[in-house]
Design a protein around this ligand. Structure first.
Ligand code: ZN
Length: 157
């Protein structure tokens, strides 16, 4: 038994509310120590998105090489969910081909609309975003960065 995060190791024996706390911790950790914050140089992709409902602002920049995302970063400010989601997203998209990245973004958007179920622990930190589904008004915060990346990648190719 025991807890081991991130990386998706054993989480059994934990009651649901403790699991939730762990996922909240992941969100807070990304908020406090954002990964890949700044600007990707050279900048092949740049797209800014704004969420007037909450005041969140995110700019995604990426450097593409050989059809892959060599580097992806985010910048901006806003609520913990918007910033943490952007941080988690950059981790997930780094090194993927543009096609793979777009497929993952589409999947995330379907999950956040409740149209397909979330995956399991193999999703890593991405799984932490599932908790946002319980707060429909925050879903836009969560998908903001993903939408910006999607639109940016569309233009950047
Ligand atoms: Zn927000």
């Amino acid at each position: 038994m025991g807890i081991s995060l991130p990386g998706g190791v054993t989480l059994c024996y934990l009651p649901a509310n403790m699991l939730e706390e762990l996922y909240q911790e992941i969100i807070l950790d990304h908020y406090r120590r954002p990964r890949n914050k700044g600007k990707a140089v050279p900048t092949d992709v740049a797209y800014k998105e704004y969420n007037p409902l909450c005041g969140d602002e995110i700019e995604i920049t990426a450097h593409l090489a050989d059809g892959k995302i060599a580097e992806i970063k985010f910048d901006g400010h806003g609520c913990s969910i918007s910033q943490a989601s952007a941080s988690i997203m950059t981790q997930q998209l780094q090194g993927k081909t543009v096609a793979e990245a777009r497929a993952l973004i589409e999947r995330l958007q379907l999950m956040m609309r409740g149209e397909i179920p979330f995956g399991g622990r193999e999703m890593g930190d991405l799984k932490a975003l599932e908790g946002v589904l319980k707060f429909p008004v925050r879903v836009k915060c969560c998908t903001l960065a993903w939408h910006a990346a999607y639109e940016g990648l569309k233009k950047g190719v």
